[in-house]
Design a protein around this ligand. Structure first.
Ligand code: AMP
Length: 215
């Protein structure tokens, strides 16, 4: 399953909820790239330049990182933040063909821009286990400390206001066309993500359960 939607719409949070309920691995290319940056290799240095500016990391680096991290024999997964360009969507199709898998659904999360910016400005993430919080809507029990593992919470550099403006523009210009792309393949399911994650998750479960019943 692919999760589509603008930065800040809640893809990471929803992907974790799906993983917990259905036991399907959650694959986030953003998380993979942040790990790559920590390794201090050349590809990580290049990736960090794009990420710090809110731009898309070149397709060949992202596709390479995804392929390196995919486990053999994986039966299914939730992709969060990939694909983001037409070229990536085509690369995903080839990966799936090789693994003899097919996409069950592409969920397109929708929310007004004010909701996206509010989500991004209050977002905090655990440095260790990467659990996502929101200062107002989903605060940790102890300020600055992850409920799950006790790790420290931090604000991502690219959640700063000036970078968020670029990320939203990049989404409109480079990623939004995938909505049409998957609509034409009859895979797209749109879900309203402007309310709290629990309500959005109810709608997501409706989509997943109808897919499961159809199989
Ligand atoms: P995310 O955690 O999904 O918000 O991604 C954070 C940043 O990582 C993005 O703003 C991009 O710079 C980069 N990134 C993540 N996934 C991709 C992708 N599929 N293609 C290109 N860049 C990506």
């Amino acid at each position: 399953m692919v999760l589509l939607g603008a930065p800040g719409v809640g893809k990471g949070t929803l992907a974790e909820m799906i993983r917990a309920e259905y036991g399907v691995p959650h694959i986030s290319t953003g998380d993979m790239l942040r790990e790559l940056v920590k390794e201090r290799a050349e590809a990580g240095r290049i990736a960090s330049e794009y990420m710090n500016e809110g731009k898309l990391v070149p397709d060949d680096i992202v596709i390479g990182v995804l392929e390196d991290n995919m486990k053999d024999g994986e039966k299914g997964f939730i992709l969060d933040g990939f694909p983001r360009t037409r070229k990536q969507a085509e690369a995903l199709q080839s990966i799936l063909d090789r693994k003899r898998l097919s996409l069950d659904a592409v969920i397109n999360f929708e929310a007004p821009v004010e909701v996206l910016t509010e989500h991004l400005s209050g977002r905090r993430q655990c440095r260790d286990c990467r659990t996502i919080y929101h200062m107002k809507n989903m605060p940790p029990k102890k300020s600055g400390i992850c409920d799950k593992c006790g790790g420290g919470l931090y604000q991502r550099d690219d959640d700063r206001r000036e970078v968020v403006v670029v990320r939203l523009k990049v989404y409109r210009e480079e990623t939004a066309e995938l909505i049409d792309y998957y609509q034409r393949k009859d895979l797209l399911k749109s879900v309203d993500a402007s309310n709290d994650p629990e309500m959005t998750f109810k709608e997501v479960k409706g989509v997943i359960n109808s897919q499961l019943n159809a199989q």
